[in-house]
Design a binder for this molecule. Structure first.
Ligand SMILES: [Fe+2]
Ligand SMILES: [Fe+2]
Length: 361
């Protein structure tokens, strides 16, 4: 029997029995592998919707004017050496971090997951990391920064090296031909997804985001600030993608969700938080750029607990309040429809969210 499915403005006709068999065989891991990209019937609707949403947020670095930033960069009366150092270090850290995340998405996570709609969304995620890397190149070239100076930050700032080692360990552990039906390997994968989505993109990116946005709030480096806000909007989708992936993986593999494993993940977040606090203290040796160190460190506790709770895990600092409410406002760019009057609206023209009209999809 034939059945009609509608996704957005498109209609598809599928053989019902085959569609049901394909649906049942779809899994986050260990699903049926076929040589064609069988998105239909969609099982992980959220992944397809998120893919559309990510595309609707498309931006290009060159659309953001850098004239004011260039002027300020050259004027010692406007910005201090420490503020310039934060920008250089931010560019250096993110240049490496975007690469590490993109590589893990493409060569670990996208390789291991089996459902095509998950691979579709992960492909867009990897592309966005490329856009972010490209935006850093645009900042470097606009300001005339020597890229080697940014790279040197890795030797100067030991806490950056430690942060990178922390995530690379989780990625390297899966770069082997592992039997993903074994609980031990399923846990390795779940831990990787948790570390990259919740600990790194979800918590460890927020130290620098906060510092750069604090400068932006003082009208310093408006072009760089705008790019970081757009990057942050993308990151919130990456965090959501990895959270959904994590939750569905656990749902389909309940045997790995033990109390020991939950505690292991909480302690992994504890390590991530400690590394981030060390990094903040390295970068802000004195209260500077309009940020009080104590408040900023508490903000990391606050955000880490939100990530844990969103994954069904107990917080590390129960009851902690957000000490920097302006940062949340700054990060929520949906409120400002005219925040960036560039080509974004043009990119969005063909990106309306689809609506599934058939319950079987
Ligand atoms: Fe990124
Ligand atoms: Fe990301």
């Amino acid at each position: 029997m034939q059945k009609t499915f509608t996704i957005g403005t498109k209609t598809f006709t599928l053989d019902e029995a085959k569609a049901e068999a394909a649906f049942a065989a779809k899994k986050v891991i260990n699903g049926r592998q076929v040589p064609y990209f069988n998105l239909l019937p969609l099982k992980y609707q959220w992944a397809y919707d998120l893919y559309k949403k990510m595309k609707a947020n498309h931006w290009e670095p060159e659309d953001i004017p850098m004239g004011k930033d260039i002027e300020q960069w050259r004027d010692a009366k406007v910005v201090s050496d420490q503020e310039r150092w934060i920008i250089r270090m931010g560019i250096g850290y993110f240049s490496a971090a975007e690469g590490i995340v993109g590589d893990n998405v493409q060569h670990v996570v996208r390789e291991i997951v089996t459902a095509p709609e998950l691979k579709l969304c992960l492909g867009r995620h990897a592309h966005e990391e490329n856009i972010h890397a490209d935006s850093l190149l645009y900042m470097i070239s606009s300001l005339g920064i020597n890229p080697h100076e940014c790279e040197a930050m890795f030797e100067d700032v030991k806490s950056i090296t430690k942060k990178n080692e922390f995530v690379n360990r989780a990625s390297q552990a899966l770069r082997r031909d592992l039997d993903m039906t074994q609980p031990v390997n399923k846990r390795l994968f779940a831990k990787n997804v948790f570390i990259f989505g919740q600990c790194m993109e979800g918590t460890q990116f927020y130290g620098l985001f906060g510092m750069v946005l604090s400068l932006y709030r003082q009208n310093k480096f408006p072009g760089i600030g705008q790019m970081f806000r757009y990057t942050l909007r993308d990151e919130s989708n990456h965090i959501e993608l990895f959270r959904n992936l994590f939750m569905d993986l656990i749902e389909e593999n309940r045997e790995i969700w033990t109390d020991d494993f939950k505690e292991e993940l909480r302690m992994t977040m504890r390590e991530a938080v400690d590394l981030e606090k060390e990094f903040i203290r390295d970068c802000l040796p004195l209260n500077a750029v309009g940020l009080a160190i104590d408040e900023f460190v508490t903000y990391i506790d606050f955000i880490a607990d939100r990530r844990l709770e969103d994954c069904g895990l107990a917080p590390l600092t129960p009851g902690v309040k957000n000490p920097l409410p302006w940062l949340a406002e700054m990060m929520d760019i949906k409120k400002e429809q005219n925040f960036f009057e560039g080509r974004v609206t043009e990119y969005q023209k063909s990106s309306a969210l689809p609506t599934a009209s058939d319950d079987d999809l």
